[in-house]
Design a binder for this molecule. Structure first.
Ligand code: DTR
Ligand code: ZN
Ligand code: ZN
Length: 314
């Protein structure tokens, strides 16, 4: 079910209507007495979401691009999982390149509404292919982390909001529309935005956004615990959905496993894989399919995502 929600007033109406229909409640449960550690995120579950996105692309002309049936079906799939898990979902509508686009927001009932921790990813692909690494990987990992919040009954001090953005490939349009539609007051309530755009690259690197130091440290400490050295993610500055949040003064961070840049010998020595080859040779290509994923990178990055959501929302 899609609500035509655009603009602040309409968004507010949309949210209240959605709460009535999905049984969400603003109050939610009290914070859990102890701030538990994040659960392990099942990479098999993340891969199952990727398989669904792959078959959606296959049934809809081979892609999940903005304005296409493949994008709509992708959003419907993610929304159905979240509605069933007790999230309060909102679909925000916008226009890009003359076609209607949609963002999907999912609020976990409860937590301090004045301290919102967000985790997001773009759900659209390019028109040339199914976009499984770019960015089914981020979308599936954010979805599985949200489902883990529900499964474990996690109720942190802060409020959790998850997001799947439309039209990132057209120029970061959906997330920009979302940030622009927030009042200054609501924008200031977002204590951090975590972005996940390409986290399963087949020749992976382990890059951590070097924006907000506290968020960066949360991710780096996690990988240090795994004995994995990380590098600062600098290639993507301003190139994904964290950019509108950063421009609005929101602390941002995130993870990245590499795109069409070439892995060096030094990077191959610490991360494995193949030097002299791209981190993802199928970037923005038709071969960005469900086989264009490194399972270990997807697994580690999904677990790091959950770790950061738990740690930063305590
Ligand atoms: N995932 C890419 C945007 C992107 C993010 N970080 C980098 C680094 C280097 C190249 C591209 C990117 C996209 O959606 O096109
Ligand atoms: Zn892309
Ligand atoms: Zn991307």
């Amino acid at each position: 079910m899609i609500f035509s929600v655009s603009g602040r007033a309409a968004a507010a109406v949309g949210v209240s209507v959605v709460m009535l229909l999905t049984g969400g409640s603003i109050a939610g449960a009290a914070p859990s007495p102890t701030a538990a550690a994040a659960p392990d995120i099942s990479v098999a579950n993340v891969r199952a979401h990727l398989a669904q996105l792959q078959s959606i692309a296959g049934a809809n002309g081979g892609n999940r691009a903005h304005g296409s049936a493949g994008y709509q079906a992708s959003l419907d799939y993610v929304k159905a999982k979240l509605d069933a898990a007790g999230f309060t979902t909102t679909v925000q509508q916008f226009t890009a390149s003359g076609r209607t686009g949609y963002n999907l927001l999912a609020d976990w009932p409860g937590g301090d509404a004045d301290q919102v921790v967000m985790a997001g990813s773009h759900l659209d692909s390019v028109s040339r292919g199914p976009g499984i690494n770019d960015n089914g990987s981020g979308s599936a990992a954010v979805l599985e982390t949200a489902l883990a919040v529900s499964r474990t009954g996690y109720h942190p001090t802060k409020h959790l909001r998850f997001a799947w953005w439309g039209a990132e490939e057209l120029g970061i349009v959906g997330s920009g529309h979302y940030v622009d539609s927030l009042s200054a007051a609501n924008r200031s309530k977002i204590s951090g935005y975590l972005n996940f755009d390409m986290i399963g690259s087949p020749n992976p690197g382990y890059f951590v956004y070097d924006d907000d130091p506290a968020i960066e440290k949360t991710f780096k400490d996690y990988f240090t615990g795994l004995g994995i050295a990380t590098e600062p993610e600098t290639e993507g500055d301003g190139r994904s959905d964290h950019a509108p949040f950063k421009d609005a003064g929101v602390p941002v961070g995130g993870l990245f496993s590499g795109a069409d840049y070439i892995k060096t010998a030094a990077q191959a020595a610490k991360w494995g894989g193949t030097s002299g080859k791209a981190f993802d040779a199928c970037y923005h290509s038709s071969c960005d399919t469900a086989s264009n994923i490194d399972n270990t990178a997807l697994d580690h990055n999904s677990d790091a995502l959950a770790h950061a959501v738990w740690e930063l929302s305590k």
